[in-house]
Design a protein around this ligand. Structure first.
Ligand code: DOR
Ligand code: ZN
Length: 429
């Protein structure tokens, strides 16, 4: 295995040092480090962060390999600086058995571009009727710790309570897609000025907030762990703050698109802006940014949701909700959080690596850049600017809402246990 000597890199944007990666770990940190036989990488001006961890990725395999595969999705992940992704369970077949989660886990290992942690479904077939084999998925080779019916809400409160009770035994977590389905029937866009103007059925903030409040109470009652997916409203932030103040074990994520984009983008009826939960208002994005800075929202998760052309480039009402996110996430976080001074590089490392690794129990990820830790890290050019071109995405799909936008910061290299998955901005497989 090749050793790598990374010269003059700035860990967390701080003072330049040399990093020696050897035997899969960070073997040395210091100045003037030399190592015979090591590959040398000049990293002047680059920032080093621990490899990013995405708690919320749709890889679409098995079932929709025309939209994404484990290989193409993890290639996009590596290019975005990710070394671990949690693969959502809404595949076909649904990841609701030990067999399916082991299959996804194995495909991840074969691809070798990022560690794939399969998420198990909470209910059989995601239909919200019976609990899936949570214990068998936890005990499988995939070692599942995160369970979610994402795409759908576990709407039945008794079932949600039982799921929370069940996973407590192995310190698992239920990741809830918070959306009261009775309040969003036919909904197309955030309920507000723009849904009224455009004549699209509205999606009320209360549909999200009601479920978060309910589930926070259930998590508190049971003493178990709840994670709230893709928080999108200012009201949700208030409820999360309250749940924390009660000592409930509730964590939450926000997507890059909910930090940056707002519902008025729907004005042109371009379905690339259709997503679940919907884009909200400027006041919501401001509250989400502040909550991420404060830590009331623990982490950033992409909700990378690739869709085939025929499912996306159609009229708004029938288009599938969802957006690509893996290759643009870090840049959007730099723009929305670092540039305005809401987070520094250490804060970004926490919100995009340490916190999601902790929430998802992703062993070998989210550690500090220190001697003896896994050589799992990303090198970023903080001064670069680039224009998003969907045609150049590594994803099988093209549904990025950032097409044509100029974004700051670019991933130059990604290392997974000392092995480069990206070098010079290019995927290594
Ligand atoms: O926009 C979304 N797309 N939200 C979800 O919750 C599911 C996802 C998907 O699977 O496409
Ligand atoms: Zn969701």
């Amino acid at each position: 295995m090749t050793s790598w000597l990374i010269k003059g890199v700035r860990p967390y944007g701080e003072e330049p040092v040399d990093l020696l990666l050897s035997g899969g770990v960070i073997a040395e940190v210091g100045s003037g480090v030399s190592a015979a036989g090591a590959q040398r990488l000049d990293a002047d001006g680059l920032v080093a962060l621990p490899g990013l961890v995405d708690l919320h990725t749709h890889l679409r395999e098995p079932g929709r390999e025309d939209a994404e595969t484990v290989l193409t999705g993890t290639r996009a992940a590596a290019l975005g600086g990710y070394t671990a992704v949690f693969a959502m369970a809404n595949t076909d077949p649904v990841a609701d058995t030990a067999g399916v989660v082991e299959q996804v886990w194995r495909l991840g290992r074969e691809a070798g571009l990022a560690d794939v942690f399969p998420v198990g479904a909470v209910t059989v077939g995601l239909v919200g009727q019976r609990l899936a084999e949570l214990g068998a998925m936890a005990d499988s080779a995939a070692g599942v710790r995160v369970f979610s019916d994402d795409g759908r809400c576990v709407a039945d409160p008794a079932l949600m309570r039982r799921a929370l009770e069940y996973v407590k035994a192995f310190d698992g977590v239920i990741a809830q897609h918070a959306e009261e389905p009775r309040l969003t029937e036919g909904a197309q866009l955030n309920e507000g000025v723009w849904s009224a103007r455009l004549g699209l059925a509205g999606w009320p903030a209360a549909a999200e907030e009601a479920i978060i409040a309910r589930d926070a109470l259930l998590a508190g009652h049971v003493g178990s762990r709840l994670h709230v997916c893709h928080v999108s409203t200012a009201g949700s932030v208030e409820i999360l703050r309250w749940a924390r103040s009660k000592g409930f074990r509730v964590t939450a994520e926000v997507t890059p698109h909910h930090l940056l984009l707002t519902d008025e983008l729907a004005a042109g009826y371009d379905p690339v802006y259709k997503v679940n939960p919907p884009l909200r208002t400027e006041a919501d994005t401001a509250a989400l940014r502040a909550a991420l800075a404060e830590g009331v929202i623990d982490c950033v998760a992409t909700d990378h949701a690739p869709h085939a052309l025929e499912d996306k480039e159609t009229e708004w009402a029938v288009a599938r909700p969802g957006m690509l996110g893996l290759e643009t996430a870090l840049s959007v976080v730099v723009q929305t959080m670092l540039q305005p001074g809401l987070l520094g590089w250490r804060g970004i490392a926490d919100r995009m690596s340490a916190a999601p690794a902790r929430i998802g129990s992703a062993g070998g990820h989210g550690h500090d850049l220190a001697v003896g830790q896994p050589a799992t890290l990303v090198l970023v050019d903080p001064e670069a600017r680039w224009t998003v071109d969907p045609g150049r995405s590594a994803s099988r799909s093209r549904n990025t809402p950032f097409a044509g936008r100029e974004l700051p910061a670019r991933v130059i290299a990604t290392f997974l246990r000392g092995v480069p998955t990206v070098l010079d901005g290019k995927a290594q497989r």
